[in-house]
Write a protein that binds this ligand. Structure first.
Ligand code: NDP
Length: 332
């Protein structure tokens, strides 16, 4: 039974990766920032808790040596999947809140593996379309071969640039590190756009909802009645497909060392929040922001993920509808 360390288990995407890994018979240890968060995850899987599922505390991934102990396990880990990274557009200090944890957290994890976990055969890193797309070329067709051209100077200007740079620099730093240091096997990365779909992880209220699903929440609550949320990224992928992609990227021998651009199957004109409205709710009446992209929609080529991993993708309708269903309990 393969043993996997999954970082950031309390997150929206990691919760689905954990679910998929357990269903596929893996043994998983996940990192969380507190014992309360770890216990909630164990409580959600009583049949796995303590046998094929456990947690370890890593409070701040950016601290030097943060993963030194977490990567040590008995039996030892075969794979590591790294999702923990800040994803929000509220930062006041991009270096401190976004770039530092994303870049240093990823490099620190790889260093801990090199130092303390020689059994690890592969590291799968959760990247983002933010590390691929170039906003100045909105109609280009993008694939794994592309890199966002953001500079260090631009990285400090505004939260959107900060996030884009955090994912771009995190990956480019690890690429350099892997050539020089990782002696125990190649790593791959799973790169994807806006992630939508049902919420599995613990939430006390809708205020804690992860960034990508907040657009759906705002349509449901009516918060977007007068200002439909801006259409930042027209590409999407369902969180359940993405979770399967992470599992396959770890399991498949031919996935080693590859980058996968995972994008769902919606048609180009159906990817803006305005098009989600009939699916999500009838609350919203406004117009303007969130409209169909005026300058064209990013093109995408997800054929490598289909060919190498055998990925299939859910349509947007299913992702939005299931996200709404999973959030309805908070509005009852
Ligand atoms: P979430 O905010 O739900 O999850 C982020 C996870 O990272 C949480 O477990 C969080 O812990 C943890 N984390 C953040 N900063 C730190 C830190 N300094 N130290 C320790 N843990 C930390 O977001 P998602 O699940 O949506 O995102 C997961 C990954 O996917 C990220 O790498 C993100 O960049 C990437 N991504 C997401 C997209 C999306 O549309 N959702 C799109 C593209 C990429 P805690 O819960 O305790 O705060």
């Amino acid at each position: 039974m393969p043993r996997i360390l999954l970082t950031g288990g309390s997150g929206f995407i990691a919760a689905h990766i954990l679910d998929t890994l357990l269903q596929r018979g893996h043994s998983v240890v996940t990192t969380v920032r507190s014992g309360i968060k770890g216990q909630r995850i164990l409580d959600a899987y009583p049949e796995n808790a303590g046998s094929t599922l456990d947690y370890v505390n890593v409070e701040d991934i950016e601290q030097p040596g943060a993963f030194d102990k977490a990567v040590i396990s008995e039996p030892p880990f075969d794979f590591v999947i790294h999702t923990a990274s800040p994803y929000h557009f509220k930062s006041q200090d991009n270096q401190k809140e976004l770039l530092g944890p994303a870049v240093n957290g990823t490099i620190g994890l790889l260093e801990s593996i090199v130092k303390n976990a020689p059994s690890v055969k592969r590291v799968v890193i959760t990247s983002s379309s933010a590390a691929i797309l170039d906003p100045s070329q909105p109609t280009k067709v993008y694939s794994e071969a592309d890199w966002c051209p953001i500079t260090k100077e631009q990285a400090l200007l505004g939260p959107a640039n900060g996030y884009r740079a955090s994912k771009t620099f995190a990956k480019s730093s690890t690429a350099m590190l892997s050539l020089g240091c990782i002696g125990n096997g190649p790593h791959g990365d799973v790169t994807r756009p806006l992630v939508l779909g049902p919420v599995l992880h613990h939430l006390d209220s809708l205020a804690q909802l992860n960034t990508s699903n907040q657009r759906i929440r705002d349509l449901m609550t009516g918060a977007a009645r007068d200002a439909c949320p801006p259409t930042g990224n027209h590409l999407f992928v369902d969180v359940r497909d993405l979770a399967m992609g992470h599992a396959l990227a770890a399991e498949r021998p031919d996935a080693a060392g590859r980058r996968f651009f995972m994008v769902g199957a919606a048609s180009p004109t159906r990817r803006s929040p305005r098009s989600w409205l009939p699916i999500a709710t009838s609350h919203w009446q406004g117009a303007g922001a969130g409209d169909y992209p005026s300058q064209g929609s990013y093109g995408f080529d997800n054929s490598v993920s289909k060919r190498v991993l055998g990925m299939t993708y859910r349509p947007l309708r299913e992702s939005v509808a299931d996200a709404v269903t999973s959030l309805q309990r908070f509005l009852a």
